[in-house]
Design a protein around this ligand. Structure first.
Ligand SMILES: Cc1cc2nc3c(=O)[nH]c(=O)nc-3n(C[C@H](O)[C@H](O)[C@H](O)COP(=O)(O)O)c2cc1C
Length: 237
């Protein structure tokens, strides 16, 4: 076995897995308490069993702690301050304009987050500060950057999603929290230079990992999740 958990010995497997899935939430503020590298290793060691199309495993990952994390977050914030309009992602995040029902869900989420952090949409300065927090990995002691060969196609993004979710669930199962952050794709030129990967690889996302500061309002939001009858069609005989 590759983990310490013996599948045959766990007595309520479904509820354990369901609990980890339903308890996981994106957290946007972390305690400074360090995360042992052995724990990060354990998480990645479990996550690498993610399924992928024909076992192609498109993921590549940089784990940033200590000085490396500090240098990269400082540069990211500097670049953002120097010209947010100069930063652009390596792949489109959403169609422009985003249409319903997605734009409504997007706006509800943005409104909730704005209320939680006390930054209304009209507060441009507050919103800038909020983005800076994103580029500080929300103070999490571990930041991760994920890259993928840019010649790959859409199917590999599906595989990547499985891998990222594995990391988030393995972290949650250990009492840790995460926030997946596609916003890090905006920092691809600096990340390429600092981390030394080539133009052949694109930045898919980043991820904050640590112990959530649950005293923060933004870490206590209740996100609306669709009920299954809103997105499932059951077909029988
Ligand atoms: C692929 C992906 C990219 C994301 N990028 C960001 C991001 O850049 N910044 C951020 O604050 N949250 C980001 N999130 C977190 C989502 O906003 C969050 O998952 C969503 O609001 C649902 O909330 P929940 O994860 O707590 O259920 C991302 C999530 C995913 C899956």
């Amino acid at each position: 076995m590759h983990t310490n958990v013996k599948w045959e010995e766990s007595n309520d497997r479904a509820s354990i897995v369901d609990l980890v899935m339903t308890e996981r939430r994106a957290k946007r503020g972390f305690l400074k308490t360090p995360v042992p590298l052995e724990t990060v290793n354990e998480i990645l060691n479990a996550a690498r069993y993610a399924p992928s199309s024909s076992n192609t495993q498109p993921w590549k990952c940089f784990v940033l702690t200590g000085g490396a994390r500090g240098r990269i977050t400082e540069r990211a914030v500097e670049l953002f301050r120097a010209g947010p309009e100069k930063l652009s992602p390596e792949y489109p995040f959403f169609p422009q304009p985003l249409h319903d029902p997605f734009i409504s869900r997007f706006n509800v989420f943005r409104g909730q987050l704005g209320d939680a952090v006390g930054v209304p949409r009209s507060d441009k300065y507050g919103r800038m500060k909020d983005v800076e927090r994103q580029f500080r990995f929300f103070e999490a002691p571990v930041g991760m950057i994920f890259t993928m060969d840019r010649k790959l196609e859409w199917a590999s993004f599906i595989c990547y999603g499985c891998f990222l979710q594995n990391i988030m669930l393995a972290a949650k199962a250990r009492g840790l929290d995460t926030c997946a952050q596609q916003i890090w794709s905006l920092q691809h030129p600096m990340l390429r230079e600092e981390l030394g990967f080539s133009e052949n690889d694109m930045v898919v996302a980043g991820l904050s990992l640590g112990w959530a500061d649950n005293s923060l309002a933004e870490n206590n939001m209740t996100n609306h999740k669709l009920a299954i009858d809103e997105f499932v069609t059951f077909l029988g005989d």
